[in-house]
Write a protein that binds this ligand. Structure first.
Ligand code: NAI
Ligand code: MG
Length: 334
């Protein structure tokens, strides 16, 4: 198994350092290729996603991505490399699961990853006094993301031995044309899955329900930006950003990344929670058919989440390295 590792900026290299060591222990034959992307890469080479990185990502069996620090002001020539990677590799399905900490409930946000408001079609008019962002929704991308959500809901229903449910989230009451198309396409696709129940919610009330009662949800499917925001709401129930992992799937390729960003407020202090990155490794292993290895890792992570040690984001005072050492010893005890 060849894994392309893109550590990126900020705490990306800190958490992927742990993730790659653990992956190496679980699958000793794994081969890593490291590739650059992000703000530091842009400052050094004038490009945030070098062609060599794109090529390395394409050549690998799977990709592990840390985080990148994208500035919030416009920098000519800079584009978010993760958004670009998802589009270049056509990784259209962003799967963001949450395991609710206070119960055994889990839910998944399935986010469309290639279009919507993140299509990058922005411009200024009126001598810079008007800014316009185009929100691109296509029938084809909507259909394939809803199909991915339905397939996932069906697998979860089988695994968990209970009926599956898909919630379509949109804002078609206001965005009548773009989310109108998303909604209409989504309803047609869920109609092909009579074994699943489905409902629909407007995104604002969906956020309220998600904050208040996560057990209301099984699989949520939505457009790009709504999914980005709702998945951060969902992850609160799982213990916060330090635990939230995600997968980006295309038809053949997959990239695994923590939901969190570069965390500039804690970078270099050695206290980043590596559990999100480790769950990315577990997702990667599952996808590549290494189920026992994934189970071993998840077992060790769950024990650590229950009994400690914990990093400061979970109220503890352990360091990233202490967690790594503890995890390695738990895994080798088995
Ligand atoms: P962030 O996710 O980097 O941090 C938000 C808060 O969560 C911070 O207080 C941070 O310390 C904490 N946090 C995040 N991950 C943690 C971990 N593993 N352990 C402990 N605490 C953790 O989001 P923020 O601050 O909005 O963005 C910072 C930078 O990251 C920006 O430049 C942004 O563009 C970028 N970003 C990149 C993403 C990516 O590469 N996929 C995703 C989100 C943001
Ligand atoms: Mg986000």
């Amino acid at each position: 198994m060849r894994v392309c590792v893109i550590p990126g900026d900020g705490i990306g290299p800190e958490v992927l350092g742990v993730a790659t060591r653990v992956l190496q222990v679980l699958v000793p034959s794994v081969e890593f290729t490291e590739a650059a992307a992000g703000w530091a890469t842009f400052e050094r080479h004038g490009v945030a996603l070098p062609t060599a990185t794109l090529e390395a990502a394409k050549a690998a069996d799977a990709i592990l991505f840390g985080a990148v620090a994208s500035p919030s002001h416009n920098v000519p020539g800079y584009r978010s490399p993760i958004v670009q990677l998802r589009r270049e590799l056509d990784l259209y399905a962003n799967i963001r699961p949450t395991q609710v900490r206070t119960s055994d409930h889990s839910l998944v946000v399935v986010r469309e990853n290639t279009e919507g408001l993140y299509a990058g079609r922005e411009r200024l008019e009126d001598d810079g006094a008007t800014a316009i962002a185009e929100r691109v929704i296509t029938r084809q991308a909507s259909a394939r993301i809803v199909r991915a959500a339905c397939e996932l809901a069906r697998r979860r229903a089988n695994d968990l031995q209970r009926p599956g449910r898909v919630t379509i989230v949109h804002k078609a009451n206001v965005l009548r044309v773009s989310d109108g198309l998303f909604r209409e396409t989504a309803l047609a696709v869920v109609g092909e899955y009579p074994d699943l129940s489905h409902d629909e919610l407007l995104v604002d009330v969906a956020a309220m329900h998600l904050a208040q009662n996560p057990s209301r949800f099984d699989v949520i499917v939505t457009t790009n930006m709504f999914g980005d925001i709702l998945s951060d709401v969902a992850c609160i129930h799982g213990g916060g950003l330090g635990l939230a992992a995600s997968a980006n799937f295309g038809d053949e390729r997959a990239l695994f990344e923590p939901v969190h960003g570069a965390a500039p407020d804690i970078v270099g202090r050695g206290i980043a929670n590596p559990l999100a990155a480790l769950e990315c490794v577990a997702m990667l292993l599952t996808w590549r058919g290494y189920a026992p290895e994934a189970a071993r890792l998840r077992h060790a992570s769950a024990a650590m989440l229950r009994d400690g040690p914990h990093t400061p984001d979970l109220g503890g005072n352990a360091t990233t390295e202490e967690l790594a050492a503890d995890l390695m010893s738990v895994m080798s005890d088995k």
